[in-house]
Ligand binder design. Structure first.
Ligand SMILES: [Zn+2]
Length: 172
């Protein structure tokens, strides 16, 4: 192999130049899963996060009229003898803000932003938030994730699938 052949070898690019690594899902795609105002509310919560990485925002919403009924962001709580955890996740924070005796049709939208205000590759709730959402009888959870080919998908999963538990018993 001559030097000229080597020089012609295409440059290895781990990421296509036209697809910058940072990105946000197309608004039309988000809107297929939930009204854009709800996504904007979740994004606003994420920007309130006190974390520098994993800035997560969560909203609980009523699908009947698309109103936001609970909201929260990931943050480090003030030092308090009552709170043992060093970090409060957005989903937990949003659940705390719910009124008592809410219907079990409510959904949750989770958005995690990077330092540069792009969507994180995956905004899926962690295992502990997933089981917490389930214990509060939240019906479903919506979040965006990016596939290996750089395209975005929006997941809308029943909460029991997030936790890999059996579905709730059907009430006859
Ligand atoms: Zn979590």
């Amino acid at each position: 192999m001559t030097l000229a052949t080597l020089e012609r070898k295409p440059e290895f690019r781990p990421w296509p130049k036209s697809e910058p690594r940072g990105s946000v899902p197309p608004r039309e795609l988000l809107e297929e899963a939930a009204p854009i105002a709800l996504w904007d509310a979740a994004i606003k919560q994420a920007t309130r996060s006190t974390h520098s990485r994993h800035r997560t925002g969560a909203i609980i919403y009523d699908p009947v009229d698309s109103t936001v009924v609970g909201r929260g962001c990931s943050h480090n709580p003030d030092k308090s003898p009552w709170i043992e955890t060093r970090s409060v996740h957005a989903e937990r924070h949003a659940l705390w803000s719910l009124p008592p005796d809410f219907p079990w049709t409510y959904g949750c939208i989770v958005v995690t932003l990077t330092r540069t205000n792009n969507f994180a590759q995956v905004s899926k709730p962690c295992a502990s938030c997933a089981s917490l959402l389930r214990s509060y009888d939240i019906d479903h959870c919506i979040y965006a994730e990016r596939a290996n080919d750089a395209s975005w998908t929006v997941q809308r999963l029943p909460v029991h699938l997030l936790t890999n538990c059996k579905p709730p018993r059907t009430i006859l």
